[in-house]
Structure formats: structure tokens, C-alpha cells
Design a protein around this ligand. Sequence first.
Ligand code: VGL
Ligand code: ZN
Length: 199
Amino acid sequence: MQALIVIDIQNDFCPGGALAVADGDAIIDRVNSLMEHADAVILTQDWHPVGHSSFASSHAGNAPFEVIDMPYGPQVLWPDHCVQGSNGAAFHPDLDVNKAELIIRKGFRSGVDSYSAFFENDHVTPTGLEGYLRSRGIDELVMVGLATDFCVNFSAVDAAKLGFKVSVREDLCRAIDMDGSLSAARSGMLAAGIALVDG
Ligand code: VGL
Ligand code: ZN
């Protein structure tokens, strides 16, 4: 059984948002259509407390998009985004959320970011999604959403490592693409055995 995983199609990642991904909203109509054909639809929602450690504003002397060392490894610092309960954290109003059977929130612990839908950025703290998928008999995942090079990439690579059959619909993703992050993400996903599909 297959599931469609829709990553972080939230206001803050769409044009006008705090961490806008170029053309982030351009994928929404076709993502909605894809939901009609999925055995199961799962949404992820980036969901940070005020003052989250991934926010540049939480680190005196650092600016957004700088990289710092955290106890769990390097961390890009972001503008404040997807603050719990804010309009920026809400799903884009055009996204058909009614099809979702599960919404998994991530990044809710102050001290650790969570790009992946499976593990926080320490790579060991689970979100619970693996158990949910296995207990439903889901073994195949199609991923779409924002951003290709961060949350989609980390989610897809973790899923492949866990043994799921994974494809990423690149035409239904959009990237942040900083310092070569998109080409690095594509290479990493291919190396992990993920199918990068365009249409
Ligand atoms: C994301 C940066 C920070 C994403 C989330 O959804 O790709 N990127 N938080
Ligand atoms: Zn975030």
C-alpha cells in the first residue's frame, strides 16, 4: 500500500511568507489532484515554538541563512517561521486538507530542529511516523511539497534508509536552493535509491 506524503505546504513557505520558497504555491492544485489517487494522504506541518533554536533571532550575532554548530551537528539558521498557532504555520488555504488522514507536526522541541518527517535533526529522536506507516501496512511513499532540498530531502532519505520504497515528484516540489543545496540533495536522494520523478 502506498501513501502520499505532503510536506510543509504552509503559508510561511509560500510567496509572501516568512521563509518563502519561490513558486511554492504553484504546486498546490496538482498536489490536490494527486490526493484523489492515493491510498492514504499524510500531511506534515512545521510547528515551532516562539524562540526556537533554528531561528537566527534566537542567536545573538547570527543572521538568517548562516550555519552554526549545534550539539547534534550543523544547523542552518532561518528567519522566524511556522510559529505554533500563527497564520504562517497554517496550511496554505488552497491545500485540500480534508483528504489528510494524519497530520504530523515536527520541530516542536525548542532545542532541536526537525526537517524530516521521521526523525529530528539529531537523527535519532523519532516522530512516530514510521510506526504509523508500518502498522497501516504502507510500504511505498510518494513525496511532494516544500522544500525539495530540506524537508522533502531529509524525509525521503530517512524513509529510504528505513526500507520504504520512495519516489519524489520533483515537479510537485520547490526548493530553497542555497549554496548548492538542491544539487546536493538530488545526489543524496539518488544515492539513497530514491526515484526522482518529473511528472
Ligand atoms: C523547512 C527550513 C526550515 C522545510 C522547514 O520545510 O523545508 N526548511 N524549516
Ligand atoms: Zn522550520
